[in-house]
Design a protein around this ligand. Structure first.
Ligand SMILES: Nc1ncnc2c1ncn2[C@@H]1O[C@H](COP(=O)(O)OP(=O)(O)OP(=O)(O)O)[C@@H](O)[C@H]1O
Ligand SMILES: [Mg+2]
Length: 465
């Protein structure tokens, strides 16, 4: 049931007559005289529906609709005076639910309000579904169930609808670029370009023209006009990767452009205005990079309006299982391979390993393992040497059970023997279960048991394993 309605109109008389009408019908009404005020009221009073005028000084009804659609999705009715029907249609395209002609006819308003009840329920359902997905560890293309990743998801959701600059920090391979893409995909700019520039991969002499473009003849070799990334990202998102690797003088120029939202192509006279949302990333610690004189402090403050730090994978081991499965499935989909799942012993090692190359290293390892396993279950022997490691793991890894949500029987790698077993029985059992744990890999089993490979071969022969 709709309860609270926000009425937005710059004319006091319109606002008041609507308020009286709605109050007679039993609604709880709040009102605002400008779009800006309406944005404040929305966050303060949480109305369940909005009725807004289109033509207002300052933020127009259209702009209000556009902003609310992402920041606060509720049903909106736009009210249009004569000659603004086209604008009303545009508002509907941008997400308004419906429109009413002014002066408002009570009968029509009543019908629309009933329709809004349904829309309101639908929108609430959408919000609930998105939240549920997030709880299950999927946020756009990002996966993660750990508390730090869920907090990253919430931060993305919060900042995506705005035009604020965002600085993403995090070690190499943690998923910074994917975070940037997700930000773009959840923003009102998502139908426009996402343009990525890797400042570390392009020679300093070419980077300026890559970003701002150049006119023909701007420098030796500039045989044609080139449109830069800034222009290409107009109305979209520009992703400046490895920002701290950018030349100091170019950092200064970038700062100026960000402040003025205007620039010239190299060798050009025309002043170009671009509406660009900038997202930057660095795998350095930004504060340290500033101290070292790599990252201009003023540019840092301009970009760091909102900061998202993606934690290293070793600090969110709960994500490893989900990511490994996700990467295996994604690889299978891409290549037409099949995956039969990951053996618990392999998973335990993957969770144990610190992944200095973070998600990217995990992704590479899983893709290789998927290929090597050729449709069978991924076992230890399919993993890189580094991941398998050479120190034995203490069974039953209760901490892993806690950390990762693995079922205890999955990490139970211990051996139980009845009283009365001989030493030989014990040895045989121990070797058998260790070999099971390593997926039949004798070298690995020998390492775990602290014997030579030769001894291992002899025992295997002796017990006929
Ligand atoms: N949480 C995640 N969910 C799904 N895929 C992920 C996640 N994190 C990273 N990836 C994948 O891992 C790979 C590396 O991620 P990405 O390129 O975004 O890292 P990065 O932080 O930008 O690394 P670098 O600093 O080296 O540029 C990509 O293929 C990406 O799709
Ligand atoms: Mg990257």
């Amino acid at each position: 049931m709709l309860d609270k309605i926000l009425v937005v109109d710059d004319e006091t008389s319109c606002r008041d007559s609507l308020r009286r009408l709605l109050e007679v019908w039993g609604y709880n009404v709040v009102s605002a005289g400008t779009g800006e005020k309406a944005m404040e009221m929305v966050h303060e009073h949480h109305p369940e529906a909005i009725l807004t005028d289109l033509v207002m000084p300052g933020m127009s009804g259209i702009e209000l609709v556009e902003k609310l659609r992402y920041e606060y999705p509720v049903p909106i009715i736009v009210m249009s005076g004569q000659g603004t029907i086209e604008t009303a249609v545009e508002a509907i395209k941008l997400g308004a639910t419906d429109f009413l002609e002014k002066p408002v006819e009570p009968g029509k308003l009543k019908i629309l309000l009933e329709k809004m009840e349904e829309t309101s329920e639908l929108l609430a359902e959408n919000r609930r579904l998105r939240g549920e997905l997030r709880d299950r560890g999927a946020f756009g293309m990002l996966r993660g169930v750990s508390a730090p990743m869920k907090s990253v998801f919430l931060q993305i959701e919060k900042v995506a609808p705005s035009t604020l600059s965002v600085l993403i920090a995090g070690e190499s391979g943690t998923g910074k670029e994917l975070v940037a893409r997700t930000l773009h995909d959840l923003s009102p700019r998502r139908r426009q370009e996402f343009v990525a520039v890797n400042c570390a991969a392009i020679p300093a002499t070419l980077l300026e023209s890559e970003i701002f473009g150049h006119e023909r003849g701007a420098f030796t070799g500039a045989t044609n006009r080139k449109i830069g990334c800034f222009e290409m990202a107009h109305r979209g998102t520009l992703f400046l990767d490895e920002i701290a690797e950018m030349d100091e003088s170019l950092q200064a120029k970038l700062l100026r452009v960000l402040q003025e939202q205007k620039f010239r192509r190299l060798g050009g006279r025309e002043v170009i205005t671009a509406d660009v949302r900038v997202v930057a990333a660095t795998n350095r610690d930004p504060k340290k990079a500033i101290e070292e004189g790599r990252f201009r402090e003023d540019l840092y403050y301009r970009l760091n309006v909102f900061n998202i730090t993606v934690p290293p994978l070793r600090n969110r081991k709960e994500d490893i299982r989900m990511l490994a499965t996700h990467f295996a499935e994604e690889y299978a989909r891409k290549t037409g391979a099949t995956v039969a799942g990951i053996d618990p012993a392999a998973l335990v090692r993957m969770i144990h390993y610190p992944w200095p190359g973070n998600a990217r290293e995990l992704k590479n390892a899983v893709e290789r393992a998927t290929l090597l396993s050729a449709g069978a279950t991924i076992t230890l022997e399919h993993l890189p040497e580094d991941v398998i490691g050479d120190e034995p793991l203490d069974a039953p890894h209760l901490k892993l059970v806690e950390d990762t949500g693995l079922a205890p029987e999955e990490v139970k790698t211990g051996v139980t023997l009845p009283i009365g077993s001989s030493m030989e029985d014990a040895e045989r059992s121990l070797i058998t279960s260790t070999l099971e744990h390593t997926g039949g890999n004798k070298t690995q089993a020998a390492k775990i048991l602290g014997v030579s490979l030769k001894t291992m071969h002899n025992k295997v022969k002796k017990y006929g394993l």
